[in-house]
Design a protein around this ligand. Structure first.
Ligand code: UDH
Ligand code: NGS
Length: 370
């Protein structure tokens, strides 16, 4: 063989080796990047779930598929593979569900004073889109920490759909920033008999507890919106009055004992006063009766300061079938005698319908008549 053809062959041989090596290198690098991209995709899926309620996340964790599951070729399973699978199941059980740390006493998400106005209409659709983490029935819990309180928000209601839209529009973002584990219950009085606000609040307490182990109850008129998210809709060591600085009263209390509008009570505080009166038909006095109950049990009223407690009321005319109750003065004069037999222990009503709307649970109820 001539010398130059030997040289050519050697060059060709080396080139081929180099090409094979480069191919191998290329495949290795591709494989590494593929495996890493899978990891990233898993991390991304888990991050997205971090905004959903904790119970939903734990279910997903227990059914988690590992990287190995995906890369392992499917086919008949050998005894060795079965052994390995057992180990893997154990590992998965150990990984699932991670206990969240408690949320801080003061939420870091609060922003303070808020602009609240009612000049342009808001739609439920818009509110739903802007609050993707609120679940059916108006339920929410923080995704990254365990809420300090489980709060049921109870709204007495009849024919106030426009007001409810504003309430949901403003309150859902605030309540989420307050890091509460909460549910919104609109207690809708069926029929057109005289309105009974306090009895509807009792129904809300009883019905919310059938759904979840709430430990705090916030009772809010549908037309009151807080102007500062530091006014946390939760419970305190004493019954709380939250709507302390209303625009319609010139941002001050109308009188010292005023307990109307928005208030909160723990389950314990509520039971201590036997809940609310059931026999205040029509407007006025039921909030004063509740105040009397609280005072008669030796409790005081806790309140935020006048700045944090600012709120706006949506202006409206007096509703039909909610005229001032002529018996109210006589009733509030006798709270101490009546409160033990009239309250949550004597509550009777008939649930007509329960509707799980995207932003709230609507419970239509027959509360009877005077
Ligand atoms: N409510 C209804 N529907 C009714 C009556 C009352 O949903 O038909 C609820 C609603 O949550 C309301 C709350 O009960 O916010 C308290 O009732 P209210 O708003 O009528 O009481 P308020 O003291 O007003 O705020 C009384 C009438 C004022 C008339 C003023 C005329 N300028
Ligand atoms: C008192 C009422 C309360 C009422 C408050 C504020 O007089 O129920 O006014 O009313 N008590 C009695 O009538 C005994 S408001 O100005 O918001 O309509 O909450």
């Amino acid at each position: 063989m001539p010398a130059d053809s030997t040289v050519n062959f050697n060059v060709l041989h080396r080139t081929c080796k180099l090409v094979v090596l480069l191919c191998f290198l290329h495949i290795s690098v591709t494989l590494i990047f593929y495996v890493r991209s899978l990891d990233i995709r898993f991390a991304f899926v888990q991050n997205q779930q971090s905004n959903t309620p904790a119970d939903v996340r734990s279910t997903n964790l227990t059914t988690k598929v590992t990287l190995k599951d995906i890369l392992t070729p499917k086919g008949p399973v050998t005894a060795a593979q079965q052994e390995e699978a057992k180990d893997e199941v154990q590992v998965k059980v150990e990984e699932s569900p991670k206990k969240l740390e408690k949320c801080p006493e003061t939420s870091p998400l609060l922003v303070g004073p808020l602009r609240v106005e009612f000049s342009s209409p808001v739609s439920l659709e818009q509110t739903r889109k802007e609050n993707p983490n609120v679940e059916a029935g108006g339920r929410f819990r923080p995704g990254d920490c365990e809420a300090l309180q489980k709060v049921a928000l109870i709204i007495p209601f009849r024919n106030r759909d426009e007001h409810l839209k504003y309430w949901l529009y403003y309150l859902h973002p605030i309540l989420q920033r307050q890091q509460l584990d909460y549910g919104v219950y609109v207690i809708n009085q069926d029929g057109d008999e005289i309105f009974n606000r306090a009895k509807l609040l009792n129904v809300g307490y009883a019905e919310a507890l059938k759904e979840y182990d709430y430990d705090c109850f916030v009772f809010s008129d549908v037309d009151l919106i807080p102007m500062d998210d530091r006014n946390t809709y939760k419970c305190f060591s004493q019954p709380r009055h939250l709507s302390v600085s209303m625009d319609k009263f010139g941002f001050r209390l109308p009188y010292n004992q005023y307990f109307g509008g928005v208030s909160s009570m723990s389950k314990q505080q509520y039971l201590k006063i036997n809940g609310f009166p059931n026999n205040y038909w029509g407007w006025g006095g039921e909030d004063d009766d509740i105040y009397n109950r609280v005072a008669s049990k030796g409790m005081s009223i806790s309140r935020p300061d006048g700045t944090v407690g600012k709120c706006r009321m949506i202006r409206h005319d007096r509703d039909k079938q909610n005229e001032p109750n002529p018996q109210r003065f006589d009733r509030i004069a006798h709270t101490r005698e009546t409160m033990h037999k009239d309250g949550i222990n004597s509550l009777s009503y008939k649930v007509m319908k329960i509707e799980k709307e995207p932003l709230y649970t609507k419970i239509t109820v027959d509360v009877g008549k005077p």
